[in-house]
Design a protein around this ligand. Structure first.
Ligand code: FE
Ligand code: FE
Ligand code: FE
Length: 167
């Protein structure tokens, strides 16, 4: 068991823990995206990052609403996975010497972030439904759809532009 974390006995405990995990992850993404926006050269990539930063800020607020709906204090628990994805992104960003290749690398890292989020919001939506919290499930599903749309958009920018230019 991780230090200072509460034991997880029920599906309800697991739901709250996962909520705290993604709350931490979203906040880390809010802190990381400005650097990616600043370093992006391709205008479409830059604007996709900008749009998703605004969306992510809204997702943080939406999670705070969910904490309220389930009668829990707003709390974050360290998400080792998101810390790892972001650390890896920073490492590869630091190693890229070519601006176009850097765009491709950041896009690749951004998709890793979206995929992690998709697994979490998918599970959270399923847990909420199972626990009979349909209104909470609906809110979490909204975010899931935003993450999926972002992933598709990034994949499209990669295939049609950024990867070609980098090659
Ligand atoms: Fe998000
Ligand atoms: Fe996590
Ligand atoms: Fe996202």
């Amino acid at each position: 068991m991780a230090l200072f974390s509460k034991p997880i006995k029920t599906l309800d405990d697991l739901f709250v823990h996962t909520l705290q995990d993604i709350y931490y992850a979203e906040n880390q993404i809010v802190k990381t995206l400005p650097t990616m926006i600043e370093k992006a050269s391709n205008p479409e990539l830059k604007s996709a990052f900008q749009q998703h930063l605004r969306e992510t800020e809204h997702q943080v607020t939406r999670l705070e609403t969910v904490f309220g709906m389930v009668g829990q204090p707003v709390k974050a628990v360290t998400c080792a996975a998101m810390d790892g994805i972001i650390a890896e992104a920073k490492e590869v960003i630091g190693d890229c010497s070519d601006a176009e290749v850097l765009d491709a690398a950041m896009l690749c890292s951004a998709q890793a972030i979206e995929h992690y989020e998709m697994t979490r919001y998918g599970s959270l939506t399923a847990f909420a439904r199972q626990l009979g919290k349909g209104d909470v499930a609906a809110l979490l599903h909204e975010t899931l759809e935003e993450e999926k749309a972002t992933d598709h958009k990034l994949a499209e920018i990669a295939k049609t532009r950024v990867n070609q230019i980098a090659a």
